[in-house]
Design a protein around this ligand. Structure first.
Ligand code: SF4
Length: 91
């Protein structure tokens, strides 16, 4: 079963070689935050942490205004500080 899965991943071009795992920094992986507005409670902590990236709209929901504009905290501060866990990295 494992061999079948590995064969399928190989055919799909997806490596199963764990020794080849690469760690990317923000620029290399082009990571962008995403906000789940259903979870957002409008506390504005993300806006305070990354005002270039997040803004709370008139519906008290966070919006991304510049997902690639963070130059201060790599958006990790906003992700870690969100009390609703509404912010994550996009896949
Ligand atoms: S920190 Fe989280 S809950 Fe607060 S406004 Fe930002 S996304 Fe919404």
């Amino acid at each position: 079963m494992v061999l079948e899965a590995r064969g399928r991943l190989h055919r799909e071009g997806r490596s199963t070689d764990r020794s080849r795992v690469t760690v990317f920094n923000k620029e290399e992986r082009m990571a962008r935050p995403v906000v789940n507005q259903d979870l957002c409670v409008g506390c504005r902590l993300c806006e305070a942490a990354c005002p270039q990236v997040f803004a709370v709209n008139s519906d008290e929901k966070c919006e991304l205004i510049g997902p690639d504009k963070c130059g201060t905290c790599d958006c990790q501060q906003a992700i870690d500080g969100c009390p609703a866990q509404a912010i994550s990295w996009a896949d």
